[in-house]
Design a protein around this ligand. Structure first.
Ligand SMILES: [Zn+2]
Length: 71
């Protein structure tokens, strides 16, 4: 049982950085929203973002909506 302590505690904190404030970027006195909200789920549900061959793909982790945007 003593083995559990040192092994597992670390790996979790690395992957899960999910504070809401980190989805906003502040530049000077502007706040830049880095993520779009899901049009279906409404404000509060952020879309994930992924670049793919000149396109930007937004996807909702909640309703699985996917939106493509060209840069
Ligand atoms: Zn959604």
């Amino acid at each position: 049982m003593a083995e559990k302590k040192g092994k597992k505690a670390k790996s979790k904190s690395k992957h899960r950085v999910s504070k809401k404030s980190e989805k906003y970027k502040v530049e000077g006195d502007k706040i830049i929203r880095e993520r779009e909200f899901c049009p279906k789920c409404g404000p509060g549900v952020f879309l994930g973002k992924r670049k793919l061959e000149g396109k930007t793909i937004y996807y909702c982790g909640s309703c699985f909506l996917t939106i493509e945007k060209k840069d």
